[in-house]
Design a protein around this ligand. Structure first.
Ligand SMILES: Nc1ncnc2c1ncn2[C@@H]1O[C@H](COP(=O)(O)OP(=O)(O)O)[C@@H](O)[C@H]1O
Ligand SMILES: [Mg+2]
Length: 282
């Protein structure tokens, strides 16, 4: 049995209006973009409400173009909502916020900096002294199995290693909220499983609050406490699925659990994947 729950439980608000205990919260958020050449505006996300507690990992899935990346951009303060509000740690988001780190499909490593210097980048920008940032970078590189590659340059690493470096760089600044936009979607299936494992263990150990976008249903199920499903554009959240399989810190074990199939089946239903088989709409 796959259980679902009411979408947003609003249990009291603080002064700014945010839900108490939420690390990141979207409240009735709509984002429109001007249409090209006088065309009607595009409604990228419509009336989205979601709230993520400290240490929770939540995945967001939905059809391409439904507004997932737009939501993450609003979480990071790069875009502001057309309507509604976003809160991080109880404060309304009005611009980029150092408590939030963003990781994308592209590793965005700087080719002229060594891997260690890339991992240190955010710390450098924040003015941390050289010794301290070096120590932190080296510790993170060990955690992400990059020991021995400190002085390599990005072009000398495989795609999987580069994404490991990007994860280390993202965590180096000790964000309280991680926003991840399809971080593993360009990797081959086996490399992806290994990186999922690295990530899941770290998120559990460091109790990081995470909003994770993916098109990979099993990835969403194995990495998350909850999966939120969006409709096609204008995207809104149509379902919340709580993953009741133990061991979120160990996706390789979760992946082998017989309960996975029921969750995949429910997500396929919600995304109408069977209907797409005979359609030309993908
Ligand atoms: N900066 C922008 N300007 C204009 N339209 C945009 C912009 N960003 C996103 N959009 C539009 O908003 C919709 C949702 O985009 P996006 O959030 O990237 O979707 P998803 O990540 O779910 O695939 C798309 O139609 C896209 O073209
Ligand atoms: Mg996207």
């Amino acid at each position: 049995m796959v259980s679902t729950s009411s979408l947003v439980k609003q249990t009291g608000s603080d002064e700014a209006g945010a839900t108490v205990g939420a690390r990141i919260e979207f409240r009735n958020v709509t984002r429109r973009f001007a249409g090209k050449g006088g065309a009607a505006p595009v409604v990228a996300a419509q009336n989205v409400s979601l709230s993520i507690r400290d240490g929770e990992v939540v995945s967001l899935i939905g059809p391409s173009g439904c507004g997932k990346s737009t939501l993450l951009n609003m979480g990071s303060g790069l875009y502001l909502p057309s309507e509604g509000e976003v809160f991080v740690n109880g404060a309304r988001v009005t611009g980029p916020n150092p408590q939030v780190a963003f990781m994308l499909q592209k590793d965005l490593l700087l080719p002229w900096r060594s891997i260690r210097e890339n991992v240190e980048l955010g710390l450098h920008i924040r003015g941390m002294d050289a010794r301290q940032r070096r120590d932190r970078a080296i510790a993170l590189m060990q955690r992400f199995h990059l020991k021995g590659f400190e002085d390599h340059y990005p072009h000398q690493l495989s795609g999987g290693m580069r994404q490991r470096a990007a994860m280390a760089r993202t965590l180096a600044v000790e964000p309280t909220v991680l926003l991840m936009d399809e971080p593993f979607s360009a990797l081959d299936a086996q490399t992806k499983m290994v990186l999922q494992q690295d990530l899941a263990m770290t998120l559990a150990e460091e109790k990081k609050t995470t909003l994770f976008i993916t098109h990979d249903l099993v990835e969403a199920i194995t990495l998350s406490d909850r999966v939120l499903v969006m409709s096609k554009r204008p995207g809104t959240i149509i379902e919340e699925i709580i993953i009741e399989i133990p061991g979120r810190e160990d996706p390789m074990v979760r992946r082998r659990d017989s309960r996975i199939a029921a969750y995949v089946s429910r997500l396929m239903e919600l995304l109408h994947i069977d209907d797409l088989v005979s359609s030309d709409a993908i």
